[in-house]
Design a protein around this ligand. Structure first.
Ligand SMILES: Cc1ncc(COP(=O)(O)O)c(C=O)c1O
Length: 428
């Protein structure tokens, strides 16, 4: 039974019935926060070992560098090796940073604005009259905010389940004002999609009007699988090298959702030329990052296999939550033709699409029942979803009973808002 096929009278009857359920939820006085993708308490507990003093024993790196003191701007060797394995780059192609990869991204773009990218014949971006940036949608609000704040005109390009609409990207980048693109290649936030190798190759090889075009490749979820193992994927830096554009991309990751968000370590990977340029700027900005934390993380996580073993424990906690969301959506809304949702194999989010024009109403309705979802529109540049249909679901933080209750409430709100929209259209 698709709602769109129902007559007005049947819809009105169903709507009354859903409002009864809605009102009973409303009277429960709930207060659930589903807004941000944070690990839950038991996920954090997986890394409590980090407090063990044995991970800091000797306070020195494998190359005898003193971690308690200033120095070693690019990171201690064991942390570089660990993060290089995670990003799939060489140890000469990485800088290990502080507690936030988002901070590395912000700083890098500010440097490009003030000092340029280091590309011969190109000016600092701030000197350009017009700056444009491609934002894949739905996407990560904090990416969009950085480029919005720096004065770029943001251009939305849809994701298609296996990466961006590449025909559209290839057309847009002919414009020399388009300086770059944000991307989350694996388990993208919020769709959970994995970019295909073919699209990665096209991003690496496309002709760009700007000589200093840059791909900000945020591999935040590269090891955040939910089932057996992380998806295999062509490395973006590898692809850029193969295409003869080695300096096009910067890769980012962190241990935020591996150990402790806000208290982990981050990394940026790029061609040796780009890393050299980055270090020449960084040396003016800081003497070094937190090497004590780098040592602790490198010894705790050990190597890529150690990270994967640790992430398997996260997956065991998270998979039941993702499945619970999927099962409730399928049971309550399957076949009604009013909601599409993603079924990711990794990452932190499920992305849902309501009928056009319903997402803000759904979020507002859920709020009336005490359930807060990420504001509709947040996944689009300027917080404007032209279809008003996308909502990001973050299943990781709440305990499962709370999550199930929140999603059941969401389903009632989706039914109500869809029926109201369909009735509105009947009346026209
Ligand atoms: C795609 C993406 N990148 C970056 C971050 C933040 O990373 P960090 O804690 O390393 O700054 C998040 C956090 O939710 C994210 O979803």
């Amino acid at each position: 039974m698709q709602y769109k096929d129902l007559d007005k009278k049947t819809l009105k009857g169903l709507l009354d019935a859903e409002y009864k359920i809605f009102n009973s939820y409303k009277n429960l006085g709930l207060s659930y926060d589903m807004t941000r993708g944070k690990p839950c308490r038991i996920q954090l507990d997986l890394s409590n070992e980090l407090e063990n003093q044995k991970y800091l024993k000797g306070f020195s790196s494998i190359s005898d560098q003193e971690v308690r003191n200033y120095g070693v701007l690019d990171g201690i060797p064991e942390a570089k090796k660990l993060m290089a394995e995670m990003l799939g780059v060489g140890t000469e192609e990485i800088v290990v940073g502080g507690n936030s990869s988002l901070n590395l991204m912000y700083d890098l773009l500010v440097r490009f604005m003030l000092f340029g990218t280091g590309t011969e014949g190109c000016r600092p971006w701030v000197k350009e009259e017009k700056l444009k940036w491609i934002c894949l949608v739905p996407g990560y609000d904090r990416h969009f905010l950085i480029t919005e704040k720096l004065g770029f005109e943001l251009i939305a390009v849809p994701l298609q389940g296996d990466g961006p609409d590449m025909d559209m990207v290839e057309e847009l980048v002919k414009d020399p004002c388009v300086k770059g693109i944000w991307m989350i290649p694996k388990y993208s936030n919020p769709t959970g999609e994995v970019f295909s190798d073919e699209k990665i190759r096209r991003l690496a090889a496309m002709e760009t009007g700007a000589k200093d075009f840059r791909i900000m490749c945020d591999d935040a979820y590269t090891v955040h699988f939910l089932r057996e193992a992380p998806a295999k994927q062509l490395n973006m830096l590898e692809a850029c090298k193969e295409a003869g554009n080695p300096d096009r991309v910067f890769l980012f990751c962190s241990t935020s959702k591996i150990t402790f968000p806000g208290s982990g370590i981050s990394a940026v990977g790029a061609s040796e030329k780009n890393i050299k340029y980055l270090l020449s700027c960084l040396t003016v900005q800081t003497i070094c990052y937190d090497k004590v934390n780098q040592l602790r993380h490198a010894r705790f996580l050990k190597d890529y296999d150690g990270i994967i073993a640790h992430m398997k424990k996260h997956a065991e906690i998270l998979l039941p939550k993702f499945e619970a969301v999927n099962n409730i959506l399928a049971k309550e809304l399957g076949g009604l033709g009013i909601l599409k949702w993603t079924k990711p194999d990794g990452g932190y989010f499920i992305s849902i699409d309501t009928l056009p024009g319903c997402a803000s109403a759904v979020v507002a309705k859920a709020k009336e029942c005490g359930v807060k979802f990420t504001p509709a529109g947040a996944t689009f540049p300027y917080r404007q979803d032209p279809n008003d249909s996308n909502i990001r679901i973050a299943p990781t933080l709440p305990p499962i009973q709370e999550l199930e209750a929140a999603i059941n409430i969401l389903c009632v709100c989706v039914k109500i808002c869809s029926m109201e929209k369909l009735l509105e259209n009947c009346e026209e």
